[in-house]
Design a protein around this ligand. Structure first.
Ligand SMILES: [Zn+2]
Ligand SMILES: [Zn+2]
Length: 416
């Protein structure tokens, strides 16, 4: 097994790929392998996790260097110059018997592997909280042999492939030696003859069991937050079971942007409202509530003015009665030309403030240039995306650049 290049292969890139290429490849693969899009593939979760782990390692330049020089074993050993414990991370990300067949050497494991499951949540979920019920299939200790794998009193024999060590070494490259789990005894160091194996688990010591599981997405939780179900992972003989860890992946919202505990939204008001004020539901909130706002008398709102609605932001995690603020940027809708045709323009001009006077003194040269409309929207859009991207999206690993995931497409905070 070409262990050393497996991570690059997983992402479908060469070992010389740039960090940018790695990011792109990952985004591509996330879409391709997302379990929600591969519901008929029983291995989808595992593939997805494995890919996630590959990305976590290759996206970190320090970790990538360790991986490039020392291979997966280096990463597992924690040869990294940074403070993260890569072995721990690796174990978590490769939980559930991920694709590599590594272990971390004899005596390293003190409990079963953790299973990390990405879980997509909407901003509504994070605002309101949510309980998710699911069926989860996991390994449990075989009830037939109580986890010994043997039939009756049969005793296993030392594995000849690995001489009882449970691992073998491979040389995937010059100066590189990697330790891989023994294929024949799966790291145990012992093997049972076919006829001596427990009939129920076929000597595997564990059997599959499907059970109901529940997770609670609490108000105010954040993107990437982990919900740990301690000991809910696969059972393994002689070790406490690992954990099942759900990692929240917050979807982008169509109208609200989250900045810590605060929310940011845009509301449209009419020109009349900008000049004469308003008192109406400005926003439909994430819990379906209408948020009514009355502008103070005599206040004129200008384009891009912002207002702050205190206590209408996100709930604070573990203190859900406390909430951040909601910042609303005001967009002013100009009346259309159809409207202009219906009014007395002279009377309107008399009511509105005067037009700008000509420059005085006039410049020596004045050129008359034809009026032509420009479709500048796209250029501005790109610019705005970059600005907002920089301000609110510093971690774009989770970013999904297509919008077809927005199943909650109902306009949430459009003007009423
Ligand atoms: Zn059994
Ligand atoms: Zn063996």
């Amino acid at each position: 097994m070409a262990v050393e290049f497996e991570l690059y292969e997983l992402l479908g890139i060469s070992a010389s790929a740039s960090q940018e290429d790695i990011k792109k490849a990952y985004k591509r693969k996330v879409k391709e392998h997302h379990p929600d899009k591969n519901i008929n593939d029983p291995d989808a979760h595992e593939k997805f996790q494995t890919m996630l782990a590959a990305y976590e390692i290759l996206n970190d330049p320090d970790m990538r260097e360790v991986y490039d020089t020392h291979g997966m074993e280096g990463v597992a050993r924690g040869a990294g110059p940074n403070d993260v414990d890569p072995a721990e991370m690796f174990a978590q990300f490769f939980g559930g018997g991920g694709g590599f067949g590594f272990n971390f050497g004899p005596g390293r494991r003190t409990k079963g592997e953790d299973e990390v499951i990405p879980y997509e949540v909407t901003l509504e979920d994070l605002y309101n909280g949510k309980t998710v019920k699911m069926n989860m299939e996991k390994d449990i200790i075989c009830t037939g042999c109580k986890g010994c794998g043997a039939r009756g009193n049969a005793k296993p024999k030392k594995c000849s492939t690995c001489d009882g060590k449970g691992w073998t070494t491979i040389n995937p490259g010059i100066h590189r030696v990697a330790r891989v789990q023994c294929r024949d005894c799966k790291g145990v160091g012992e093997r049972l003859k076919e006829k001596d194996r427990c009939k129920k688990c076929n000597g595997e010591k564990v059997i599959k069991e499907t059970g109901r599981q529940e997770i609670h997405i609490e108000k105010g939780m954040t993107d990437r937050q982990r919900i740990v179900l301690a000991g809910a992972g696969d059972q393994v003989p002689d070790l406490p079971a690992g954990d099942v860890i759900f990692v929240l992946k917050a979807q982008k919202h169509e109208f609200f942007q989250r900045v810590g505990s605060d929310l940011l939204a845009t509301a449209k008001i009419t020109l009349t409202e900008a000049l004469l004020g308003f008192s109406r539901i400005l926003i439909t909130h994430l819990d379906g509530r209408g948020v009514k706002v009355t502008s103070p008398p005599g206040k004129i709102l200008k384009p891009n003015d912002a207002i702050i609605l205190r206590g209408e932001g996100m709930p604070v995690y573990k203190r859900p009665d406390e909430k951040g603020d909601l910042h609303v940027v005001i967009n002013i809708e100009m009346p259309d030309e159809q409207w202009l045709k219906t009014v007395d323009v002279a009377a309107l001009a008399a009511l509105l403030p005067p037009k700008k006077p000509e420059i005085d003194p006039l410049p020596e040269i004045v050129d008359e240039v034809p009026f032509e409309e420009s479709d500048i929207g796209e250029i501005q859009g790109t610019f705005l995306d970059q600005e907002l991207g920089a301000a609110f999206d510093d971690e774009d690993d989770w970013e999904d650049d297509d919008d077809d995931d927005h199943i909650h497409g109902a306009p949430d905070c459009q003007p009423q």
